[in-house]
Write a protein that binds this ligand. Structure first.
Ligand code: 13P
Length: 346
């Protein structure tokens, strides 16, 4: 197997000041997002929304890669170019969510991820659309009795099998173990669970002979449960997240790109920024791969209305720019009220 493709994809996706946009919402999730602005979800409204985000002028200044959903691969921009082609043309690497969603372990709240069957041939198909990397998400629920050893092990093994298949097909795998934010748990409980999960994931990747230097990790941050009474502040989240990653993630991994996982956009940016101002030496590039924290302001501004298209794009670019600054520790809260010299082109 030649590693040339993997090498050049990593080179294009690990770029100081840039991060990954997750725009891979399944039809079900996209429908939920559109419902939140009172817009019916049809193939055309989903295309319109993706068009707004993916053709936002200047996207390539802050975003190096976009995770797409299968439906989007064959849809086109308003100018009639397929979305992956458009992204490639502006210098953004297209990628694809390849997992097929979650399934429950019998009699439990815990879940595993579907999609290993026939993965190799799907990857070949996606490559024809221009996709150069993939994503697979596993989730871990924190309750009194979970996650169990069984769920941690099974999800690690499946993530490793997926990553191995990707690399065999010249596709860079994004490995996404998400410890869910739902619940009342403390940040210390989240730390313990995340540490265990990441240890198991890297042990499984090693066992499968996955090349760590051609893999991207997309973890959740170490953070208090959403309903916890005394939620940890920015310093503690950033400090404990970096500590946990240093204890579990090999230095040869090129890039860590966080998911936002239900954090408010501003919160996700502030946490990332703080990780870069702790004065810690980070052996990997540390950036973002947000979906909601990048897209929510744009979605709310757009409201499904043609006349809000340009304003929606500005809202998206502003969030992308703020997160780009955060990857360099240059974000400040007062920038939220500034237009950052982003102007509409449309
Ligand atoms: P959020 O940033 O909204 O958590 O989404 C990231 C993602 O890709 C979920 O799989």
């Amino acid at each position: 197997m030649s590693t040339q493709e993997l090498k050049s994809t990593i080179r294009d996706m690990v770029v100081v000041g840039k991060g990954i946009l997750a725009a891979d919402e399944s039809v079900k999730t996209a429908t939920k997002r559109l419902a939140s602005i009172g817009t019916e979800s049809t193939e055309e409204t989903r295309r319109q929304y993706r068009n707004l985000i993916l053709t936002a002028p200047g996207i390539e200044k802050y975003i190096c890669g976009v995770i797409l959903f299968e439906e989007t691969l064959s849809q086109k921009t308003d100018n009639g170019i397929s979305f992956p082609e458009h992204l490639t043309k502006v210098g953004v690497v297209p990628g694809i969510k390849v997992d097929e969603g979650l399934a429950e372990f019998e009699g439990s709240v815990e879940q595993y991820t579907k999609g290993l069957d026939g993965l190799g041939s799907r990857l070949e198909k996606y490559k024809k659309f221009g996709c150069r990397f993939a994503k697979w998400r596993a989730v871990y629920h924190i309750t009194e009795n979970t996650p169990t050893e069984m769920a941690i092990k099974r999800n690690a093994e499946d993530l490793a099998k997926y990553a191995k298949i990707c690399q065999e097909h010249g596709i860079v795998p994004i490995v996404e173990p998400e410890v869910l934010i739902d619940g009342t748990h403390s940040i210390d409980t989240c730390y313990k669970v995340t540490e265990k999960v990441l240890k198991e994931v890297f042990a499984a990747l090693k066992k499968e002979n996955v090349m760590i230097d051609y893999t991207i990790l997309k973890p959740s941050m170490v953070i208090s449960g959403k309903e916890a009474s005394n939620r940890a502040g920015v310093d503690e989240v950033a400090g404990k997240t970096v500590k946990c990653l240093k204890a579990t993630v090999p230095a040869e991994l090129p890039s860590i790109n966080f998911l936002s996982g239900g954090q408010a956009p501003q919160e996700a940016t502030a946490h990332l920024n703080r990780m870069h101002t702790l004065g810690e030496n980070l052996p990997w590039y540390v950036s973002f791969s947000y979906a909601r924290a990048l897209q929510d302001p744009a979605l709310k501004t757009w409201q499904g209305k043609k006349e809000n298209f340009g304003a929606g794009q500005i809202a998206f670019i502003k969030r992308a720019k703020l997160n780009s600054l955060a990857t360099m520790g240059k974000y400040a809260e007062n920038m939220e009220n500034n237009n950052l010299n982003i102007v509409a082109v449309h």
